[in-house]
Design a protein around this ligand. Structure first.
Ligand SMILES: Nc1ncnc2c1ncn2[C@@H]1O[C@H](COP(=O)(O)OP(=O)(O)OP(=O)(O)O)[C@@H](O)[C@H]1O
Ligand SMILES: [Mg+2]
Length: 331
């Protein structure tokens, strides 16, 4: 899918802004705080259904009562999102809906400067990162994840109560075991698929013999029953601590560089090449799985990359629609 234009009204600092996009590459130039990332954020909301960095109250322009964003695709299709301080609506084909319908979601590969620190980020940031990608690979992943988090929240709320009967947790345990094993299997499968491509893709960026792998680390078992047993066994400890101490919400993805943890062994440049390779693979797997070319959103990453890696990035995404932001004069 190709974006024709994006219009922003009262979205962050933009009271009224329109970008007409090129089929190939569009460049958004502006000084710091001009609102470049916000334009990508609006595109992301209208293609993926929610922001990659904030909630609607934070996004709504501080002096305004509503925001409205509108994306037009080259085939004439439009997606609108509105928020009035209370209610968020998506309008697609003249129909108002609370969420962006699956049929009107389009794949995006988002590259933020902070992604370059993914390898040394906290496990939570890495989980969020891969959750976002895996949800693009398969909508069922997104559904299981949202059900898992709902159940986890409910279970944790109960665990905070002084008086609690173990039986009260039963239905939440069942759900956590069901969706937990489901997500565990997806994570294992998707990490494996990434790993198959990681070293060769890395070699296409940095010509050497280094071996790169992602080690998916999870304490969760493959069987739903064993998962359930673990949750039940931990009841007293969880009640004492007031939260669920076992499950896939504690997973991690460790990057290895020549069989050593990359965090601490790979150089800055090598780390950048690994992340670049990961982005190429994301686009590749989206292509393979969904038969769609993702839209590429590059937020100010050029300044973080050297000439060789910049050229590599452009070359790799030459057949995609790419929207780039960069610090500079917009005149
Ligand atoms: N809800 C809001 N209402 C009004 N202004 C906001 C709101 N949220 C953020 N801003 C401001 O909007 C501006 C644009 O933010 P944005 O992150 O898009 O800028 P940017 O051009 O990407 O900047 P940088 O080059 O530093 O990354 C910032 O000055 C920010 O403080
Ligand atoms: Mg920015």
């Amino acid at each position: 899918m190709i974006i024709k234009s994006i219009k922003l009204t009262n979205f962050r600092n933009h009271h009224s802004y329109k970008l007409t996009c090129d089929d190939k590459t569009s460049l958004i130039l502006g000084s710091n705080g001009w609102g470049k990332t916000s334009v990508l954020e609006a595109i992301y909301i209208l293609t993926r259904g929610k922001s990659f960095r904030a909630t609607d109250p934070e996004i709504l322009n501080r002096d305004s009562e509503y925001y409205r964003i509108e994306l037009e695709y080259v085939n004439g299709e439009t997606t609108v999102a509105t928020y009035d301080g209370k209610t968020k609506n998506f309008i697609v084909l003249d129909k108002k809906q609370k969420r962006l319908p699956k049929k009107h979601k389009y794949p995006v590969v988002l590259f933020l400067p902070s992604d370059l620190n993914l390898i040394s980020h906290s496990p939570g940031r890495r989980r969020d990162y891969f959750d976002r990608i895996f949800a693009e690979f398969d909508e069922k992943y997104a559904t299981s994840l949202s059900k898992y988090h709902k159940a986890l929240k409910q279970r944790n709320e109960l665990l905070k109560k002084d008086y609690l009967k173990e039986d009260n947790l039963f239905s939440w345990n069942i759900m956590l075991a069901k969706y937990g094993t489901d997500l565990h299997n997806y994570r294992e499968q998707f990490t494996q698929e990434i790993n198959q491509k990681l070293t060769p893709t890395y070699h296409s960026i940095a010509e050497n013999n280094d071996k790169i792998t992602i080690n998916y680390q999870s304490e969760a078992p493959k069987s739903e029953q064993t998962y359930l047993n673990h949750l039940e066994k931990n009841y007293e400890r969880d009640h004492y601590l007031g939260h669920t101490t076992f499950g896939i919400h504690r997973d991690d993805y460790v990057f290895n560089f020549n069989n050593q943890p990359a965090d601490g062994s790979a150089s800055r440049g090598e780390t950048r090449s690994i992340i670049l390779a990961l982005k190429f693979i994301e686009a590749d797997l989206i292509n393979q799985k969904l038969h769609q070319k993702p839209i590429i959103l590059l937020d100010d990453v050029f300044s973080e990359l050297d000439e060789t890696r910049r050229r590599c990035l452009i070359k790799n995404f030459k057949d995609n629609q790419v929207i780039i932001t960069s610090v500079g004069s917009s005149s």
